[in-house]
Ligand binder design. Sequence first.
Ligand code: MG
Length: 388
Amino acid sequence: MRLIISVAALMVHASNLGADGAFYGDPPDAHHPWSIHDLNRPQPPRAEPGTFSSQAEPGKPPSDAIVLFGGTEADLSKWQPVKNPTEATKWIVQDGALLCVPKSGYIRTKEEFADCQLHIEWSAPAKVVGSSQNRGNSGVFLMGLVEVQVLDNYENPTYADGFAGSVYGVNPPMANALQKPGEWQVYDIIFRRPLFKDGREVDPGALTVFCNGVLLQDHTPLEGGGGHKARSEPHPFPDKGPLQLQDHGNPVRYRNIWYRPLPPRAAEGGTDGLLTVEAATAKKMEIANNIRQDAARLEGKAKMLRLMESLCYEQNETALKDSAAMATTFLADVKQVPAAKIELRKGDVLELNKAVQYLAKYHFIPGDFAAKGELERFIKEQGWDKKR
Ligand code: MG
């Protein structure tokens, strides 16, 4: 029954008809600007899903992805050498893949970004040459700073924290899920950069990595980002940086490179998750203001309930006064209805009572809120308080 009600309320709210769905779940609190099941909370943006890759051909990115390499010659213009950025990259496009020409140097995207979902596919040379770190070595550097290792570890051991899918120098992958050399390997990476506030680390940043659908890194803390032969100390990262690919002297190929930027975390101004009291208060004021603006274009009962709903987010004197006045007027009007027709108003009265009881329960209205006692008395007189 609950599900039916909430789906119906959602549909009504989509057309913005007022306070349906309000006065329902736990209200906003000091750290959460939204109530539970809050219909004021924005709908998730639509991302049209893409398709999965096969060995024969790359899949299609989701509709909101930003493509960094889609298989064309023209995509090369999105990249530049790390050493001499003004020159064209010496990596080449071959059969729809971005090929590392050994000794041509690292390349980076012109585009800079930070927290992201990154999709990138790579293939080590089918002809096996070398061993350990010298076989099919390249690397995916998030923000140019943290390397997710690319290495042909198919039947090729090496030091664990430099294995394919390691956060290089920080953490080995949980598994070796590689296909044979020459085959395409799919990395799906979720990257969160470290966050510092007033010189203090508030989030160490993290990498989550899947290889061919197998989880390798599960929100691994960055510990400063790691590096070759040396540990690194946690340090602030810039706001954004390029995606960088490594030339380690092996002709590794890449294809189907795209990313989706991720929304900010609570610690950097995002409004989902557990917020500070200050951030939650600011967001609640914004929500209350939006609801009051919505109320201003409504009439009658819908206006009254919407205005009352705003009190859950912010104690606003005017909204409280207006709500009380409207509730009193509403009840006075109902009392004028002839006895023969009073049942027709039962639903409206109980709806108002539900709102008032909810607001009182969570102390969003004072105990002496004028309409509250009157409503309770009236409902009792009518016998509407009795369950049938
Ligand atoms: Mg490498």
